[in-house]
Design a protein around this ligand. Sequence first.
Ligand code: SF4
Length: 251
Amino acid sequence: MADTTGIGWTDSTQNPWWGCSAVAPGCDHCYAEALDRRTGGNHWGPHTRPRVMSDANWRKPLRWEREHATFAAEHGRRRRVFCGSMCDWADKNAPEGQRDRLWSLIRATPHLDWQLLTKRAPNIVKYLPPDWGKGYDNVWLGVTVENRKHGLPRLERLRDIPAKVRFLSVEPLLEDLGELDLTGIDWVIVGGESGPGFRAMKEEWAERVRVQCEAQGVRFFFKQHGGTRPDKGGHKLNGREYKQWPILLAA
Ligand code: SF4
C-alpha cells in the first residue's frame, strides 16, 4: 500500500492481501513473488496461504477519500488506485471474506478511481458484487494481455462485462499480438518486461498495438521498453511519449 508508486499509469497502490499463483506465461518473472521472497514471505504457489494486509493499510484508501478535494485541486483529476500489485483480486484462493471487504471499501471511496487488473478473466463475473449493475462509477476493470494464446481470450471475456472503463495491460508484451478487435475497450497500456532474465519486447510489436488503438479510437499508454531495469529501455515509442488516459469522470 503506497501513497505514491513508480507505476506510471496509477497514483497509488492498494493490496488487500499478498499472495498468488502463476497462471500463465505473463507470470513467469512475477515481480510480486520476488518482492515477497526478498522480504521474507512465502505467499506464492497453490499450497501457500495469502497474507491479509493490516487494518492500517486497509484504512489508507479511506484517508485518500477524505483528501480527495485536495488531490483534485493539485492534480485536476481524481486519484487512481491500482488494487492488486501484490495479488490478483479475482483469485479463487483469496482469503475468506477479504474480497467482499474490498468491495465494501470501494463503495466507501467513491472519489477514487479503482483500477482492478486480473489474469483470471473467467472469474471476473463470479466475483463482482451483487449490485454491480452496469459497473461501479469508480472502478476500471482490466485484464492482462501478454500473448495471443492466453491474453486474447481474456480480452474477449472482458468486452462482454459491464464496466465504466475497460482496459488492457499489455505487459509484459511477449509477442506480436496480430490484429486486435478493441471493441468495448477504453484504454490500453503497453510495456516490456524488466528484471533479470527479461524477455525482450520488439518495438514493432508495441507500435502495432498503438496503431490499432489509434485507428479504433482507444486511448494508449506506453509504459516502458523494459530491460534489466524498468527504465533501462526508456519510455518512448519510436521517439515519442504516449500517456493517454480513458475519459475521466469529474473530480
Ligand atoms: S497473476 Fe500477477 S501476482 Fe499472480 S503470479 Fe501472475 S503475475 Fe504474479
